[in-house]
Write a protein that binds this ligand. Structure first.
Ligand code: SF4
Length: 372
């Protein structure tokens, strides 16, 4: 995978000596640097010419995080089964550029790639929450507004995150990625509290839709390496893309995924349909006119997002679930952002409550599957 290289580095005044800034500047000595005032991006009007969202990915901004550190995953929408996932956003925006990425809409007017300079403070705020509730199990991820690892060679955040979470028996950290940037992880001890997970689509979809991500085979090799180093691994077949050869594509994906790692140490696998707001569909058509992700039949759903129509979606889930459970019946499997009705059609029953899902996924050891 090509290392990330911004066109410009912006540093909020006063943050020049933050450890992450010094580390990045040492690796990018010839990239132009500007010192900018606090909240520069909110006060600056950027050109709407060309592709401002793509340009924003190349404008690296270091700034202090002042907003609360820990949030509920925004996927928790009334009417959908939720897995009680919490997110920490140390990075906002992503160096990669998948055609279906929701950030194109979510960050459309915020065109920088923003990195937090005060990671220790953010983690202290997280500690204040999770350490106050030692009897509760938390599942926390950093891959909501960015890829968790794509910038790790540049920023080295895993050196802060892994020891912090490894020391806390009631929290499981998930680092979710489409990269193969795992070198920094190999020398840290996850103490069984860190899951490194990969989002996978079939290899030809990776090549045509997931621009600047690591190739399919490289992701699986990275999964094998981190598992050998003591991490649990996870996989997200999300978004599931419906295209003419989806069945052959996903059969190959599942077979190669399960052959690459030790099944006993897969923490979870999720399945999730492609889901797009109307505005995002418009943006995708404009930015990726040759995409295949809009070729299937999609319908509006309870949360206002468009998904593959339900009968086909359920057929896809059941087919893929069958392959996974035939080869790896012990691996926890769940659906992301689906209704109780779809859960029932796929698994034969629904979780009694959202916490059922969370409990299975955060247990101190690998637990039986969510659904039979
Ligand atoms: S890797 Fe994730 S965050 Fe990055 S562009 Fe792709 S979908 Fe978006």
């Amino acid at each position: 995978m090509e290392p990330y290289r911004p066109h410009e580095i912006l540093i909020e005044q006063g943050e020049e000596n933050a450890a992450v800034v010094r580390r990045a500047l040492a690796q990018l000595p010839d990239v132009p640097v500007r010192i900018v005032e606090r909240e520069w991006e909110r006060h600056t009007k950027l050109s709407s010419e060309g592709d401002p969202f793509a340009a924003g990915k190349r404008r690296l901004l270091f700034t202090r995080q002042r907003a609360p550190a820990l949030h509920y995953c925004p996927a928790g929408t009334p009417g959908l089964v939720c897995c009680n996932y919490l997110v920490i956003s140390l990075i906002s925006n992503c160096p990669m550029d998948c055609s279906y990425c929701f950030l194109q809409e979510y960050l459309a007017n915020n065109p920088t790639l923003k990195v937090c300079t005060n990671v220790e403070e953010v983690l202290a705020a997280v500690a204040a929450v999770v350490d106050r509730h030692p009897q509760r199990h938390f599942r926390v991820g950093t891959g909501e507004l960015s890829d968790s690892l794509a910038l790790d060679p540049l920023l080295g955040f895993s050196r802060n995150l892994v020891p912090f979470f490894a020391a806390r028996p009631n929290v499981l950290l998930e680092l979710k990625t489409k990269s193969d940037c795992v070198d920094e992880l190999l020398y840290l001890d996850p103490k069984d509290r860190v899951v490194v997970s990969w989002s996978l689509t079939p290899p030809d979809i990776v090549d045509s839709e997931e621009h600047r991500t690591a190739p399919f085979a490289a992701r699986l090799e990275a999964a094998r390496r981190v598992q050998a180093a003591g991490y649990k691994v996870g996989f997200h077949l999300d978004p599931l893309i419906e295209y003419p050869d989806w069945e052959a594509g996903y059969r190959e994906t599942v077979a190669r995924m399960l052959a690459a790692v030790e099944l006993r140490r897969i923490a979870w696998i999720s399945l999730g349909s492609l889901r797009l707001t109307p505005a995002l569909r418009t943006t995708i058509r404009r930015r990726f006119p040759h995409t295949r992700v809009l070729s299937g039949e999609q319908v509006p759903c309870i949360d206002g997002k468009w998904r593959t129509f339900q009968a086909l979606r359920v057929h896809m889930y059941r087919t893929i679930r069958g392959w996974i459970q035939e080869a790896a019946p012990q691996v926890p499997l769940y659906l992301c952002m689906e209704t109780a009705a779809v859960w029932a059609k796929v698994f034969g029953h629904t979780p009694a409550c959202d916490r059922d899902v969370a409990r299975v996924l955060t247990g101190p050891h690998l637990s039986p599957p969510v659904a039979g």
